[in-house]
Structures are given as structure tokens and as C-alpha cells.
Design a protein around this ligand. Sequence first.
Ligand code: HEC
Ligand code: HEC
Length: 222
Amino acid sequence: MSTRRRRRPRIGCLSLIAIVGAALLLALAVLLRPRSLPQPTALAVGAPAAAPRTALRSPASFMAIADPRARSIALFREAGRVIQHPRCLNCHPRTDRPTQTDAMRPHMPWVSRGAGEAVLPCATCHHDRNVEAAGVPGNPGWQLAPSEMAWQGQSLGDICRQLIDPARSHMTRAELLDHMATDDLVGWAWHPGGERTPAPGTQAQFGALIDAWLSTGAQCPA
Ligand code: HEC
Ligand code: HEC
């Protein structure tokens, strides 16, 4: 009898210890949980790999090229890394339809330049700024570049000649420089929102390259 009586409280004590122990483990797990979270978060923040910004060479770094014509072409080639970037090309398509993402897929949903067609205006979805929650990029001037300013499917040399051809370009050289260096819609390409890869360098560095290209005679690659 006496052994039974002694055992009962022992079992009660053990189960109490077990319950307290389990509660402690649970508390520990809950406490440790937020500690393990910063790891992936830190990785996501610390890794701009999602949208890496690549550098752009400065005009000064081309001074070693003595021949002005060769230097002009080299400057335009470097600027071409911006001009032929998906952020620019997506809005300068060959067809009547913009493209999307770094892979430059046809725009979904279906939209079109839409001469005479019933189409959704761009501003139905694209607002005056990037809307991250909806994943839709934006700018107050969001619209498709006119078809005569199409760049997709063209060589860099062809784009270059088109830009400075008075019959095809809508801009004088001074306007072209101003547009490239300061236009807000062009500038969106460096702040595209979401995980879109920004254009290389900065808009100011890009403007400096265009400026140097124009002042070396605006020569075009073959
Ligand atoms: C019904 C909504 C809707 C309409 C209308 C619309 N878009 Fe979009 N557009 C989107 C969404 C959503 C995305 C983002 C898709 C993504 O990043 O995967 C997008 C992405 C884009 C991109 C890609 C940006 C980049 O570099 O990745 C371009 C360019 C674009 N739209 C241009 C236009 C133009 C020009 C018009 C008007 C002719 C237009 N869109 C009309 C919804 C729309
Ligand atoms: C959201 C769409 C959109 C994006 C993105 C965009 N453009 Fe454009 N682009 C336009 C439109 C619209 C015009 C016509 C502007 C006008 O006539 O005033 C244009 C015109 C131009 C022109 C004048 C071309 C000519 O032949 O006269 C240049 C240069 C230009 N864009 C450069 C760029 C560069 C560089 C980028 C990327 C860094 C870029 N654009 C990104 C819509 C876009």
C-alpha cells in the first residue's frame, strides 16, 4: 500500500515535469522561430542578384582610343548596352504589341497600339508609378513608342542610324540628348520596380555617354 502511495505522487511529479518540459520546448521553439527567419530575409536583401545593377563605363575610359571615329563608335556601343536592354526594348517593339520581362515575351494581357481597334488604354493598368502589390510598372507618360521608333530585331548600327536620320527621328540631336539624359519615362528603366533588372549604370552616366558620342561626330557601328 505504502509503495503504491509513494509511486502515485512520483508518476504525477514525472508527468508534471514532462508537461513543463514540453511547454519549455514549445516556448523555445517559438522563441527560436523568429531567429531563424532573418537568414532568408538577409539573403534576399543582401543579394541584389534578383535585380543586379551592372556598371556603365564612363566617357573618360574611352579617351585611350585616339581615332575619334573609332572612339565615337565605342561610346555608342557602350550606350547600346542601355538602348538594347529589355527595359527599353519592351516599349520599342517591332510589332504593335509591347513585350514584357527580361525574356521580352509578348505582352499579357493582349494590348496593341490599336489604330481603330477597341483596345484597353495603357493607363487602365499602368499608373503614374510602379504599383508593387499588383506587379505593374508605371509612369505618368506610359505608352508605346511609335512604330518608326521600333528597335527590336534591329542591329545596334541600324538603331544608331535611325536615331540620327532627320527623316526618321522625331528629335534633333540636342533633343535626343535631352530625352536620353533627362526624360522621366526613359528614367523609369533604372527604377523598374519588382524584380525587373534595371538598365546598366545610371541615367546620368548614360546621358554622358550619349553626349560624348554626339560630340565625337555621332558615328554608328557597322
Ligand atoms: C490589362 C492591364 C494592362 C494593360 C491595359 C497594359 N498593360 Fe502593360 N503590363 C501589365 C502588367 C500586369 C505588366 C507586368 C507583367 C510582368 O512584369 O510580368 C505589364 C508590363 C508591361 C511592360 C513590361 C515592362 C518590362 O520591361 O518588363 C511594358 C513595356 C508594358 N506593359 C507596356 C504597355 C503598354 C505600352 C500598354 C498600352 C498600349 C500596356 N502595357 C497596357 C498590364 C497591362
Ligand atoms: C513605357 C514605354 C517606354 C519605355 C520603357 C522606353 N521608351 Fe523610349 N519612347 C517611348 C515613347 C512613347 C516615345 C515617343 C516619345 C515622344 O515622341 O515624345 C519614345 C521615344 C524614344 C526616343 C526617340 C527616338 C526617335 O527615334 O526619335 C528615344 C531616343 C528613346 N525613346 C529612348 C529610350 C531609352 C534609352 C529607353 C530605356 C532606357 C526607353 N526609351 C524606354 C516609350 C518608352
